[in-house]
Design a protein around this ligand. Structure first.
Ligand SMILES: NC(=O)c1ccc[n+]([C@@H]2O[C@H](COP(=O)([O-])OP(=O)(O)OC[C@H]3O[C@@H](n4cnc5c(N)ncnc54)[C@H](OP(=O)(O)O)[C@@H]3O)[C@@H](O)[C@H]2O)c1
Length: 178
């Protein structure tokens, strides 16, 4: 299973602007178009419950979206088996089950808590990071809640507008115990 972590962040590493949960209020049109493209190209998408709650989505037949929560029963009204599911599995259990079910790539779309838990379990292979030339000072950091020591290598970097929004892709090279 190839696990790809996807984020858009400010120059100071914030993935939310202050306490506003809506990323689309500040990310560039170019990033939003890019995110739609990679979303539409994915058969499997995983996110944390806070990210889901900030912008609840409807299921579509083309893909499976899995939302991680300790309380899946609270989300029964949204559940569409095979398309929109809620799970209390650990990142490792979830990844290995989905691999057995035939998925070979997972787009992990945040937020920071879920991202950190996948990184802690050494499950992420790539980071696709859009860097917006903005500074927010406060907001959620891209990765939170875990002590990590991970080395990555830049594979590609594309400037997509006049402001200098950068769409980057990194490979994870190694995980060290922190
Ligand atoms: N800029 C970006 O690219 C980007 C991307 C994604 C999200 N965001 C923003 O980030 C914010 C949400 O991020 P967040 O870090 O607070 O929350 P999150 O990572 O989206 O979700 C965390 C929640 O998921 C549940 N959970 C279940 N299993 C977990 C596990 N193994 N590890 C961690 N959490 C687990 C827990 O909630 P329960 O068990 O209580 O349900 C936990 O509180 C939103 O405002 C969203 O808009 C930004």
């Amino acid at each position: 299973m190839r696990v790809i972590l996807v984020f858009v962040s400010s120059l100071d590493g914030k993935v939310t602007k202050w306490d506003d949960p809506f990323v689309r209020s500040w990310s560039s049109q170019e990033d939003q178009a890019y995110f739609s493209r990679i979303w539409n190209d994915s058969r499997l998408i995983v996110m944390g419950s806070s990210t889901f709650n900030s912008d609840p989505l409807r299921s579509t037949p083309e893909r499976l979206v899995v939302v991680m929560t300790r309380n899946p029963e609270e989300y029964e009204k949204y559940m569409v088996p095979g398309h929109l599911e809620f799970t209390a599995e650990t990142p490792a259990k979830l990844t290995s089950r989905l691999k057995q079910e035939g998925y070979d790539q997972m787009l992990l779309v945040g937020g920071p808590l879920v991202a950190a838990s996948f990184l802690k379990e050494k499950l992420v292979n790539e980071l696709w990071l859009t860097i917006e030339p903005k500074i927010f000072g406060t907001g959620k950091n891209i990765i939170t809640g875990e002590k990590l020591d991970i080395e990555l290598q830049l594979r590609s970097c594309e400037r997509v507008n006049n402001y200098g929004t950068l769409i980057t892709r990194y490979d994870v090279l190694s995980y060290r115990d922190a």
